[in-house]
Design a protein around this ligand. Structure first.
Ligand SMILES: Nc1ncnc2c1ncn2[C@@H]1O[C@H](COP(=O)(O)OP(=O)(O)OP(=O)(O)O)[C@@H](O)[C@H]1O
Ligand SMILES: [Mg+2]
Length: 351
């Protein structure tokens, strides 16, 4: 049976990792066996999960049925190479190659690509029936969906052929000759031979990469895979949100809902009454404090209204997808009980 997969997307800093952890806690509390993949979680969140996070899932203390991991792209890339290399020697040489090192640690999009590799590994792991995926910080919510394909195309066999044999003609040869020329001028023979070795060795793995690409695509499109778009209440990035929603629709991917994070709860408009002055406080000081309190209250009312207005348009365009508000917590998201509270609300919205 297909596993339930939940993917938390959104631009940088909106609360994707927090939402992913909360959703995972909520699902485990429903009796699911959940693995949550986090990406660079804030220290406090990692502490809240109460495990030393590593690249392999560790059971979370205090929540039955929950495992958490922190994606390490280099380790994941190495595991993939070892698994798909035709023999141990090819794998070792590739991992020792300088160009491989740069690709696996620094190539833009390689973190997204490795998140997908990890997703496949978790999908094959019989301990879990549910997977929650956090995504790396990006400028656009859609980057996460597009990056793995971009990286895979860099590793495509046709490009490999052209680079390994730049005089052989074909689609990419002029471009690749130019690239090789630049690299050669910059760093001389050793880089060039590293590069040729890299593509040469990688050639043996390219069928494996392609097969896995197709598997990932089918996981991403599966009806059991839900996308959660996380937005910041103060800056909901409407254009980005609309583009994301339109793309999900166009690519027939399934939306779980929109999670609006850090919402300022609307205060009662008359919440600061004329409080009687306590004894022992100077009258003018008391009046000053009351005025400051009222100003602060007025600012909160205005902020809540601004947020409401900004979100109403997203709400109109989001169609039938549920839109959930997650309150801003002045103390931050501290522990498992905070995560459980947020997670239970998200889980309750799943139809
Ligand atoms: N509802 C909330 N109330 C208060 N603080 C929050 C809330 N949600 C998230 N935060 C805090 O905001 C910060 C960013 O959250 P988080 O790391 O989840 O965002 P992210 O989208 O994963 O960021 P990045 O794109 O950098 O990975 C963290 O310090 C987190 O504790
Ligand atoms: Mg994050």
């Amino acid at each position: 049976m297909a596993k339930a997969i939940h993917i938390c997307c959104g631009v940088g800093g909106v609360g994707k990792t927090t939402a992913a952890a909360a959703l995972a806690v909520g699902l485990a509390r429903q009796g699911k066996r959940v693995a949550v993949m986090t990406i660079d979680p804030a220290r406090r969140l990692a502490d809240a999960l109460g495990v030393e996070l590593s690249n392999d899932p560790q059971p979370v203390r205090g929540v039955d049925g929950l495992w958490a991991l922190m994606l390490d792209r280099k380790q994941t890339f190495d595991q993939v190479v070892r698994r798909y290399a035709p023999d141990g020697d090819t794998g070792d040489r590739l991992i020792a190659n300088r160009y491989y090192n740069a690709v696996s640690t620094r190539l833009s999009g390689s973190q997204e690509y490795m998140a997908m590799e990890k997703l496949l590994a978790l999908d094959e792991d019989p301990r879990f029936d549910t997977i929650v995926v956090d995504t790396p910080p990006t400028r656009h919510a859609l980057d996460f969906l597009r990056a793995p394909e971009r990286v895979r195309s860099v590793l495509d066999k046709r490009v490999l052929g052209a680079v390994v044999n730049p005089t052989g003609g074909g689609l990419f040869s002029r471009a690749s000759k130019r690239v090789l020329g630049v690299v050669y001028k910059m760093a001389g023979d050793s880089v060039l031979s590293d590069l040729q070795e890299f593509f040469g060795l990688l050639g043996g793995l390219s069928q494996g990469f392609r097969d896995r690409g197709a598997k990932v695509r089918s996981l991403l499109e599966h009806a059991e895979t839900l996308y959660w778009l996380v937005l910041g209440a103060n800056d909901p990035g409407r254009d980005d949100a609309f583009e994301f929603l339109d793309t999900l629709k166009a690519e027939k991917l399934h939306i779980g809902g929109i999670l609006v994070n850090r919402v300022t709860p609307t205060p009662n408009p008359d919440a600061v009454p004329d409080l009687p002055k306590p004894d022992g406080i100077d009258a003018s000081l008391w009046s000053e404090r009351l005025t400051a309190l009222r100003t602060r209250h007025q600012e909160t009312v205005t902020l809540a209204k601004t947020q409401e207005l900004a979100l109403s348009e997203v709400n109109l365009r989001s169609g039938p997808a549920p839109m959930l508000h997650i309150a801003d917590r002045s103390e931050g998201v501290q522990d498992l009980s905070d995560l459980a509270e947020i997670g239970d609300a998200i889980v309750a919205s799943i139809r």
